[in-house]
Design a protein around this ligand. Structure first.
Ligand code: IVH
Length: 720
């Protein structure tokens, strides 16, 4: 730059016009030089990033890297016109976004059907073979990474858009956040074997290494401790990746250790198409992406089965979460010929892992009281690691389950975990008994209030009938304040327990009578936390009628029934005065729910409670102007129906999440139904949907949709 300074001095000797034009061209010259300088710095930084993040073998020291970055920043600060979106300084930039814009994928983002057994894998291949009888298939095996699928659009080699999957057609544009992910190249590397296309859609998975996830949770815990707040920790690496990618402020995303693995070229222009999946993976590597080192070419289906077994056996040695193997037919022409059914291409299949099991000792069976008075037996287990998680409790559901499995205290039991789901006791290993095991029988009294328990003949569940049982009340209150109901932020289980123990709260209406002084007198409360809780309580008065109804914990009234009731009865009084027949006639409300609501409504204490809640200012009337608009939401205009039991989320959670994304919950299978979601042991709805040609999906499909839209609940809500 000193040279250009010298030249400028000589300009003063020239005449004015000449000087001006000379200065302009000189300025252009200088700028061109500076641009080259910036480009050279950028290039060195990109190389260093690639070596560090993708090849895992740094080529320069941290100090050198920082020096280059400083130089580039200084240059760009002096000449902002030099800044390009793919400059290494721009990984973290931009202001917090108000919300993410929608992005229509150039080609739809599909999902994969699942298999779980060798027979199902063979059936998948046979199906493909029946379509291409002459073809000889070879395959590529890859790990199925448990993260979020991502679509990256590169134009002339530069990253233009990063978008979440959304509903497969339209996702969210999260480019600013994606730019912060270190192993997503801002610009494709040029390579002799893989020319840079004018346009390419690269698909892959954003995920978090387990170690990074653990370190992040530790950091969040430390930060919360320092700030004197409750830490908000992530349940697992996938949620943590999803939460991090969703940050409205890219500077926050940049502080989260996100990683990316590329696995698909979805569309390409201005360059030849790869002829096989294997070739595509090679090109992705050449362009500078991380591609799984576990990806393998497989000559036969037997090799594919062995590959899936190998991935299952070594899944915990891999430093990130994987939830299966993906087997893909390799040849591109075969993929194209095979096409797509519903949303699943026939050329690929997800081979899901079998649930993981471990043996441990049954130490005790403890009965807890649910909010409806249901008494639930829970197994206390000797802590055991199952798939990287320590398990020491498992629900035993009801008395029949314990009896059927003949579980005895001291038994060695088999415990199973399916993915994130609450663990279950499969069976006792009777052959390992030594005679010291103690049979267990269901208590005849409520363990909390000692009222004799009741069990209706046609029900599996045993109840504590005492409406005033403190155990019931506590659970009931916890349900009332929970996220699906009144969602009173900051009112966690411990706080409810403290309020109940202090005698301040016996029922939901008492919550609205709490004062600042009440709270301040409780251990752990300070002025700020008391004020915050009071304003959260105040805010909950805005929750719609359906939420209040659900929160009241009337037996059998889940979120859906509460919505139906709130949609039909204009206010709480109309509901309290309705006849049992009137209630039973509503869609989706059977005689069992009707009877329960009717009984609840004719209990004096409950009627008084409704009066007190109304006096406190809660919303006990239906919204005047119908349902809120769902325009623009990913599931808008689509209807869903669930059948069978889900594993990874409760039905209430699934329906809540679907509705949150603008979808409708249908009450029966019809031709116009958009999606049937099938869980374990589905009912007759499945056969009907098959007959009518309704698109059918499994739970994993739904979970993927929810994850892609950041609508997946953090953990399965306790079912009680
Ligand atoms: S290929 C047609 N390969 O699993 C879909 N997907 O339902 C092409 N996933 O949404 C996807 N690892 O998010 C493919 N090696 C892999 C994968 C993978 C994880 C996810 C992806 C997709 C879902 C399949």
């Amino acid at each position: 730059m000193s040279a250009s300074g010298d030249e400028r001095q000589t300009n003063t000797q020239l005449d004015v016009t000449e000087a001006t034009s000379e200065a302009v061209s000189e300025e252009a010259q200088t700028l061109a030089n500076l641009r080259r300088e910036a480009e050279a710095l950028s290039e060195r930084l990109r190389e260093a990033d690639y070596a560090y993040y993708v090849l895992d073998s740094p080529t320069i020291s941290d100090a050198e890297y920082d020096g280059l970055m400083r130089d580039l920043r200084a240059l760009e600060a002096a000449h902002p016109e030099l800044i390009t979106p793919d400059s290494p300084t721009q990984r973290v930039s931009g202001e917090p976004a108000a919300g993410f814009k929608k992005f229509r994928h150039l080609t739809p983002m599909l999902s994969l059907a699942n298999v779980r057994t060798p027979e199902e894998l063979i059936a998948w291949r046979d199906r493909a073979q029946s379509i291409l009888p002459e073809a000889v298939f070879t395959y590529v095996g890859e790990p199925k990474i448990d993260g979020l699928s991502m679509n990256l659009v590169y134009r002339n080699g530069a990253l233009e858009v990063g978008a979440t999957r959304g509903n497969g057609e339209v996702g969210e544009n999260v480019t600013a956040n994606v730019r912060t992910v270190r192993d997503i190249p801002a610009r494709l590397r040029s390579h002799d074997d893989a020319p840079i296309p004018t346009l390419v859609e690269v698909r892959g998975e954003i995920y978090m290494l387990r170690a990074d996830f653990e370190a992040l949770n530790e950091r969040l815990a430390d930060e919360a401790k320092a700030a004197g707040t409750e830490p908000k920790l992530f349940a697992n690496a996938r949620n943590s990746a999803a939460g991090s990618l969703r940050q409205k402020d890219p500077r926050l995303t940049a502080r989260r250790p996100l990683s990316f693995l590329a696995y698909q070229i979805a569309s390409i222009e201005g360059a030849p198409e790869p002829e096989s999946q294997w070739e595509a993976l090679g090109w992705l590597r050449a362009w500078g992406f991380h591609v799984s080192e576990l990806a393998t070419q497989l000559a036969t289906l037997e090799d594919a089965q062995r590959f899936a077994d190998h991935i299952a056996q070594t899944r915990f040695e891999v430093p990130f979460d994987i939830d299966g193997a993906v087997i893909k037919i390799d040849a591109r022409w075969q993929q194209q010929e095979l096409g797509v059914v519903a949303r699943d291409p026939r050329w690929g299949i997800a081979y899901k892992f079998a649930p993981i099991e471990a043996n441990t000792k049954l130490l005790d069976i403890v009965v807890t009281v649910g909010r409806t008075g249901a008494l639930i037996p829970n197994a206390r287990l000797a802590p055991v690691q199952i798939g990287g998680v320590t398990v020491s409790n498992a629900t035993l559901f009801n008395a029949d389950e314990v009896a059927r499995k003949d579980l005895r205290i001291g038994d060695t039991v088999v415990v199973q975990r399916h993915g994130d789901v609450i663990p279950g006791v499969v069976k006792a290993l009777i052959e390992l008994r030594d005679g010291s095991e103690q049979p267990w029988s269901f208590p005849t009294e409520c363990p909390i209030c000692h009222t004799p328990v009741v069990r209706n003949e046609d029900e599996k569940v045993t109840y504590c009938p005492n409406l005033a049982c403190p155990g019931r009340r506590l659970e009931g209150l916890q349900h009332f304040v929970s996220r699906g109901a009144m969602d009173i932020q900051g009112m966690g289980e411990m706080i409810v327990l403290r309020l109940v123990t202090a005698g301040l709260v016996r029922d939901p209406a008492d919550i609205y009578a709490l004062t600042f002084d009440n709270l301040l007198a409780l251990p752990g409360f300070q002025a700020k936390s008391a004020t915050n809780l009071l304003s959260a309580i105040e805010a909950s008065k805005e929750q719609p009628f359906a939420r209040v109804l659900f929160g009241l914990g009337i037996r059998y009234v889940g979120e859906k029934a509460a919505e139906t009731l709130a949609g039909v009865f204009p206010d709480a009084d109309a509901l309290l005065d309705a006849s049992e027949e009137q209630i039973a006639a509503l869609p989706g409300i059977g005689p069992r729910i009707a009877q329960s609501v009717f009984q609840w409504a004719h209990d004096d204490e409950n009627r008084a409670l409704v009066g007190r809640l109304r006096a406190a200012g809660l919303t006990l009337t239906a919204p005047a102007d119908g349902a809120p608009s769902t325009d623009g939401l990913p599931f808008s205009g689509e209807s869903f129906l669930l059948t069978g039991s889900l594993e990874r989320l409760t039905r209430g959670q699934a329906e809540e999440a679907i509705r949150a994304l603008g979808g409708k919950i249908a009450t029966a299978v019809s031709k116009s139904l958009s999606h049937l979601i099938v869980g374990a042991a589905p009912g007759s709805k499945l056969a009907k949907a098959e007959k009518l040609g309704v698109p059918i999906h499994d739970e994993d499909w739904l979970v993927e949709q929810l994850q892609a839209n950041n609508a997946m609940p953090d953990e399965r809500r306790r079912t009680r």
